[in-house]
Ligand binder design. Sequence first.
Ligand SMILES: CC(C)(COP(=O)(O)OP(=O)(O)OC[C@H]1O[C@@H](n2cnc3c(N)ncnc32)[C@H](O)[C@@H]1OP(=O)(O)O)[C@@H](O)C(=O)NCCC(=O)NCCS
Length: 230
Amino acid sequence: MKRLYAVYGFSGFGREVFPVLQSQLEHQTHESDQCEVVYIDDAATDGQILNSIEVHTFESFLKKPADEKHVVVAISDSAIRQKLINRCEQAGIRQFSVRAKSVVELDNVQIGEGSILCPFVTLTSNLKIGKSFHANIYSYVAHDCVIGDYVTFAPRVNCNGNVHIGDGAYIGTGAVFKQGTPRKPLVVGKGAVVAAGAVVTRNISAGTTVFGNPAVPLTRANIEARRDRG
Ligand SMILES: CC(C)(COP(=O)(O)OP(=O)(O)OC[C@H]1O[C@@H](n2cnc3c(N)ncnc32)[C@H](O)[C@@H]1OP(=O)(O)O)[C@@H](O)C(=O)NCCC(=O)NCCS
């Protein structure tokens, strides 16, 4: 049985995910199976090699012989990620999840397919997380959080308990979420963006970008006001 795996996207993130996947497969693969891992990138050129690994376009990946094909999309932009996952599904290729050995998962964590959990991510207890969640290095999600589909956490996101994050939200590196409560969770709307280093203390409406401590909408007036404040 020849199984072909691909990391879709050879950006910085894709190249970080690749060795995590290789290590995962070393532990999962039966001796009788042949297993190959490649990159897919729409910008690939014929015969391209990156870090000694073949890079294919989606079309050349489809043509490559294998008994089974699996793809994980390692692209942070959730709209692009969703589009590429749809493309894979239309071609009959299912998503799989990548999880570093150092990930800590405590109790009652539900998580959808196609997730990428990078080294040193911690998921604590009673979590409901949708499909294609990306948690970059050192991020954590604490108790009773609910996270939608196609949500991206950059490195070291601190998501405390009872926070609800809508589909397609992007959370920048080092962001901190103040905890909510069971009766009043902190709610981040669909497609919201949280800037690197923001400290989120209040709900964020859908599609809004926030920044700073405490986080406020990223508008020209707020940027200037924060500068004046020093
Ligand atoms: C919030 C964010 C998405 C805005 O991006 P953008 O729309 O391209 O905005 P710009 O970078 O052009 O910045 C617009 C203004 O906001 C300010 N700004 C941007 N991000 C900021 C932040 N995190 N904190 C404080 N101010 C910020 C900029 O200084 C700039 O001010 P100026 O116009 O007076 O120079 C982006 O800055 C960000 O934080 N992205 C997350 C980065 C990250 O975590 N990467 C991880 C990679 S793995």
